[in-house]
Design a protein around this ligand. Structure first.
Ligand code: FE
Ligand code: CA
Length: 546
């Protein structure tokens, strides 16, 4: 990335004095020209609009954020309508949507090696305010994205709002939830993963989900991905969705991946099919690169072969310290494959193996990073944003047999116990967790060691708001299984099988959360409503009906 001065310093200072924008932007402004590759396309021309995949921003800091785009004029074609050579894209950041005064700008490289994606780490901006950004190339201008810098770490912050969403199966339904999220007044959006699904159900007109038939809303346009370009095609298809683009244009994202960005239920080096680990890692490397290419991620998250750093932290002033986890890359392989209950999806009876201290959900390094971060945190609240359910809920297979989902924290009970003990010790009463993956809303209390051999009386340690899916699971079955699940699980306070998202509104003493639902996603135009509202009081863990 380079930045070029475009106004003289005196004019800029005068303008900043008028608009109240700090001088930090100017002070941190390097004026350098990159040595572009010699094979650069000096005068690019595109047959179609090159910004067909929209723009995005993410990983905000007090002085900036990442802005993203990918040049992709023909998303459905091989090579995407792009020449096999690099080119230069220019970018601009302004305080108003009109771009009347451009406060930062520069040029960035779009390389074929990275699918002509562009990641710019904008810095030097003032904290705690809205910014607008756009890209240009060959006389074409991208859509305008809206982002926001973080407050300074010590600043007093009264209120923080964010949405929690993910699990967006293109074939299962329309991304109507994203359209509604784009209209919410949120400071950021947390994506808990399953940004794409790697499946291809080979043209069936009907989807059978948990024994129920649903019409297939849309179709994937390529086969199950294994190579980098297979995954690129899948992202290109998803990224053309206007509702998904609208959400990215509206607010910065903190993204994280779960399993379907690579393969269903993968864990570290192991896929679900028993592929030799050293072979599966080639697929993981391809999937990670494509993921990086399509997400507004910092260079620190750029993959190194089959590894990428995804656990990271953000401080929203003195109000919220947010920890984004990676619960796929470092976890032990799932247990209970052989004991799965018939008709119970991933459910298996509880086994002592789940309490094996050698099993890990986060890996030692990430766990230490999180535990140190929580121990050092002085924020009013701490947010743990992760992928799979932390509540230890019992489910039922065919015939009513009880079982636990071994892909969730229930399969990693000793890891879970360590985490909850640490929360109880380091920041009692001020941690809230959000997650996803379950394709139903779940809100409830997170209790230490319920049901464990020799466990003490139940103690509520924290609270969990698990967002349903944007589209996975099609229109859903509403409250069909809700009474049974509530009866089986006293810690659970609400659950429903509809598409939607969670909206959090965090104040200094009360953390509010709304479970948002859409009545249907099998056709566009689904109606939004609030299924349930909850509050968590600081110092008193557990969710209460609001
Ligand atoms: Fe999912
Ligand atoms: Ca998942």
């Amino acid at each position: 990335m380079t930045r070029m001065p475009f106004l003289d310093r005196r004019a800029l200072m005068a303008m900043m004095a008028k608009t109240g924008i700090g001088a930090g932007a100017l002070a941190a402004w390097p004026a350098l020209a990159a040595p572009w590759p010699r094979n650069i396309v000096a005068d690019p021309r595109f047959a179609d609009y090159p910004f067909a995949l929209g723009v995005a921003s993410g990983d905000p800091a007090p002085d900036g954020f990442v802005i993203w785009t990918r040049l992709c004029p023909r998303p459905a074609e091989q090579h995407y309508g792009m020449p096999r050579a690099p080119m230069v894209v220019s970018w601009e950041v302004a305080a108003e949507e009109s771009f009347a005064v451009v406060l930062a700008k520069g040029e960035a490289l779009a390389s074929p090696e990275l699918g002509h994606s562009v990641h710019v780490e904008v810095d030097g901006l003032s904290p705690d305010r809205v910014w607008f950004y756009r890209f240009r190339i060959a006389g074409q201008v991208s859509p305008v994205g809206r982002s926001r810098t973080l407050p300074l770490p010590g600043a007093r912050v009264e209120r923080l709002r964010f949405a929690v969403a993910g699990c967006q199966h293109y074939e299962h339904g329309h991304f109507t939830a994203w359209k509604h999220i784009a209209r919410e007044p949120v400071d950021f959006i947390f994506h808990y993963g399953d940004y794409i699904y790697e499946t291809n159900e080979k043209g069936a007109q009907t989807l059978t989900i948990q024994g129920h038939d649903f019409p297939r809303a849309r179709k994937h346009n390529n086969d199950e991905p294994y190579s980098l370009d297979d995954y690129r095609q899948r992202y290109a298809q998803y990224k053309t969705d206007p509702d998904l683009q609208a959400a990215h244009h509206a607010a910065p994202f903190w993204v994280s991946f779960d399993d379907h960005e690579v393969d269903n239920d993968w864990a570290d080096r192991w896929d679900q099919d028993g592929t030799p680990p050293e072979v599966f890692l080639y697929r993981r490397a391809a999937a990670f690169q494509a993921y990086y290419e399509h997400m507004p991620l910092r260079r620190a998250s750029m993959p190194d072969g089959s590894r990428m750093r995804m656990h990271r932290n953000a401080r929203y002033g003195d109000l919220v310290n947010a920890f984004v986890l990676d619960t796929r890359q470092y976890r032990s392989d799932q247990i209970g494959e052989a004991e799965k209950l018939p008709g119970g999806e991933k459910l298996a009876p509880m086994t002592p193996a789940a309490y094996d201290p050698a099993r890990t959900m986060m890996g030692d390094a990430q766990e230490k990073w999180l535990f140190d971060g929580l121990a050092d945190s002085t924020a009013r609240w701490n947010l743990i944003a992760h992928q799979v359910m932390l509540m230890h809920l019992v489910g039922r297979g065919n015939g009513g047999a009880k079982g636990y989902n071994m892909d969730r924290w229930s399969g990693y009970m000793h890891s879970r116990r360590r985490l909850l003990s640490h929360i109880d010790k380091a920041c009692p009463g001020n941690v809230v967790t959000v997650s996803g993956d379950a394709h139903r809303h779940y809100a409830g209390d997170v209790i230490q060691d319920e049901g464990a051999p020799g466990s003490k009386p139940a103690k509520i340690i924290t609270s969990e708001f698990l967002g349903t899916s944007v589209s996975s699971g099609d229109d859903g079955m509403g409250e069909l299984n809700t009474p049974q699940q509530l009866a089986d699980n006293p810690a659970l306070k609400a659950t429903i099988d509809r598409r939607g998202y969670v909206l959090c509104d965090v104040g200094r003493d009360v953390w509010q959360a709304e479970l948002k639902v859409i009545d249907k996603v099998s056709s566009p135009g689904g109606k939004l409503s609030t299924y349930a509202s909850f509050a968590v009081e600081r110092g008193d863990p557990g969710v209460k009906k609001a």
